[in-house]
Ligand binder design. Structure first.
Ligand SMILES: [Zn+2]
Length: 411
């Protein structure tokens, strides 16, 4: 028989091998003794033959029993945890009533190799505007204030809750940064959740502000647009999370904007068309992914017979502000091109993707776009009719460096 080597000598523990497990002492118990023994192999063998065998066995049984009790307790905790998790998932997925957006806290924190599992967006339009204005105002200054950092700092302080005082506090923070009194690094050094909010809000707002070319001029500012073209009326309210009836009961994971059939629908952000076609819930719909992959924009219920901007197809690259389709009321039918939605409206949704596993299924993260829609109202795209066709196109051309970079990388 080969003389096995033990874990004490930094090798696989031979005591686990069946050829020396001549009695009922489990492998892990062997290993334990093994590690303590002066000479591992002989330690185990001698123990088995020694006069203290029975005493040692009794001790072994007691320890094994304690071990089993711990193992059982651990399993119970694990199973209960799993069940609770599943219950929460099903509440989130399946039932509009059980699900409550306000009850869930954004507390997941990214660590090594992990990704964010949950985000709620409660940043108010006013807070976005205040932070954004400060960002643009200081663009050429020595201290350029980053609007996402400002929002993340405020979010980290309040647990993601924004209220009327947020604007004031954002202003005060910016003042300190501009005066050189402090830096964002110093301010956030000991904040437990700053990194989380920075990553979460960067995922939401990351592609919306930057340099771009508008009508031949290089500018810096808001390059994201309202999803409804300028001059077209709509009404809306915060309907995120309210329940819906078609298909399985599920919460409303987007934002509805009620208007007229044929209203030009605008790409909020630049990106590439990832999905286009019929979907029984969304009717004629378009899915556009941001170039960094973090955002998926979903535009649904587009016009019967003429839903999309001419030439738009899967893989197309769109620039923020482009006309991508037309408002309608298609959907709620497995049959294509059916107007089964009562009210004419655009449903648009914003999904965050930190890991591809979150794209489809139980782990999808959709955020409330109501406040964002209000904020984007300041940037509506002017459009004009193309001849006497059903088409509209943007008036002012824009080039987004992000789209250029993506095209280059693709070719
Ligand atoms: Zn909707």
């Amino acid at each position: 028989m080969n003389i096995p080597v033990c874990s004490y000598h930094n090798k696989i523990c031979a005591a686990r091998q069946s050829d020396i497990l001549s009695d009922d002492i489990p492998g892990f118990w062997h290993t334990y003794i093994y590690g303590k023994a002066e000479d591992g192999w002989h330690g185990v063998r001698n123990m088995g033959k020694s006069g203290g065998q029975n005493r040692e066995r009794a001790k072994g049984k007691t320890i094994r029993r304690i071990g089993l009790v711990f193992l059982f307790a651990f399993l119970c905790v694990y199973i209960v945890g799993e069940l609770l998790g599943r219950w929460q998932d099903s509440a989130w997925q399946g039932s509009g009533r059980a699900w409550n957006a306000k009850d869930r806290q954004a507390i997941e924190v990214t660590a090594d190799g992990n990704f964010i599992k949950w985000v709620e967006l409660h940043v108010t339009c006013e807070a976005m505007a205040a932070a954004y204005d400060l960002d643009v105002e200081t663009y050429k200054d020595e201290v350029h204030i980053n609007w996402i950092e400002l929002l993340a700092y405020e979010g980290a302080k309040t647990g993601g809750k924004f209220d009327k005082n947020s604007v004031k506090r954002i202003g005060e923070t910016a003042e300190k940064l501009r005066d050189g009194e402090t830096t964002m690094e110093k301010l956030t050094k000991d904040m437990e959740y700053y990194d989380y909010y920075l990553e979460a809000y960067t995922a939401v707002f990351g592609g919306m502000v930057g340099e771009f070319t508008l009508d031949g001029k290089r500018v810096y500012g808001l390059k994201a647009f309202s999803p409804i073209a300028k001059g077209f009326d709509y009404s809306h309210y915060d309907d995120f999370g309210s329940s819906r009836s078609y298909g399985y009961a599920r919460p409303h994971l987007g934002h509805d904007m009620m208007g007229q059939i044929g209203t030009p629908v605008i790409a909020v952000e630049s990106g590439y068309v990832e999905a286009l076609g019929w979907n029984q819930y969304g009717g004629w719909r378009i899915g556009i992914r941001s170039f960094d992959g973090k955002r998926y924009y979903y535009y649904a219920h587009l016009r019967q017979n003429y839903p999309y901007a001419e030439g738009l197809k899967e893989g197309s690259v769109v620039t923020a502000g482009d006309v991508i389709g037309y408002m309608g009321h298609t959907g709620y039918s497995t049959k294509e091109n059916v107007n089964n939605i009562k009210t004419v409206h655009l449903h648009w949704g914003l999904q965050l993707i930190f890991d591809e596993s979150q794209k489809e299924g139980n782990n999808e993260i959709w955020v409330d776009c109501y406040e964002l829609t209000k904020f984007l109202y300041r940037n509506r795209c002017e459009v004009e009719k193309v001849g006497d066709s059903k088409e509209w196109r943007r008036v002012v051309p824009m080039e987004d460096p992000a789209a250029e970079a993506y095209r280059k990388q693709k070719n």
